[in-house]
Design a protein around this ligand. Structure first.
Ligand SMILES: [Zn+2]
Length: 142
């Protein structure tokens, strides 16, 4: 894991710091302005997300690690859309997001369709389309 290069990359978007920790997975903490990241686990949640992106945005993710990271940066870039009402939805959905067995397809689609999730993914798709070489570079950092 090239933590230095990843940190350098995320800071250009105004993120304060990034941390590698495989325990928490990928996460943007807006209260601390940090990004946590880990290794991409190719479980059923991953597969579902990739399918969702293909269906919703017509984009096939080629570099999963880079895309996960971009999605978190997307949260930072679309932060103004986060409201208290949405935080409530998160509170309900978040315990399930990394527990594929507990999360039904309906619940997952609902989670991914929450405006902050949708917008962060949309931002990541746009970035990935425009910067294929950066995506390839980031993938190599994983
Ligand atoms: Zn997200």
């Amino acid at each position: 894991m090239n933590e230095k290069a990843i940190d350098f990359f995320v800071r250009q978007f105004g993120v304060e710091e990034s941390f590698y920790t495989n325990k928490l997975g990928f996460m943007f903490r807006d209260d601390l302005n940090i990004i946590c990241y880990g290794k991409v686990v190719k479980n059923s949640v991953h597969k579902r997300w990739m399918k969702y992106i293909k269906q919703t945005f017509g984009y096939k993710v080629k570099y999963p690690f880079a895309f996960y990271l971009l999605h978190e940066i997307g949260h930072k870039m679309t932060m103004e859309y986060m409201t208290h009402k949405l935080e409530y939805h998160y509170m309900i959905a978040s315990p399930y997001i990394n527990e594929p067995k507990k999360m039904c397809k309906y619940m997952y689609m609902k989670y991914m369709s929450l405006p902050p999730e949708f917008l962060a993914t949309e931002w990541a798709v746009e970035y990935a389309k425009k910067h294929p070489r950066t995506m390839k570079f980031l993938e190599k950092c994983a």
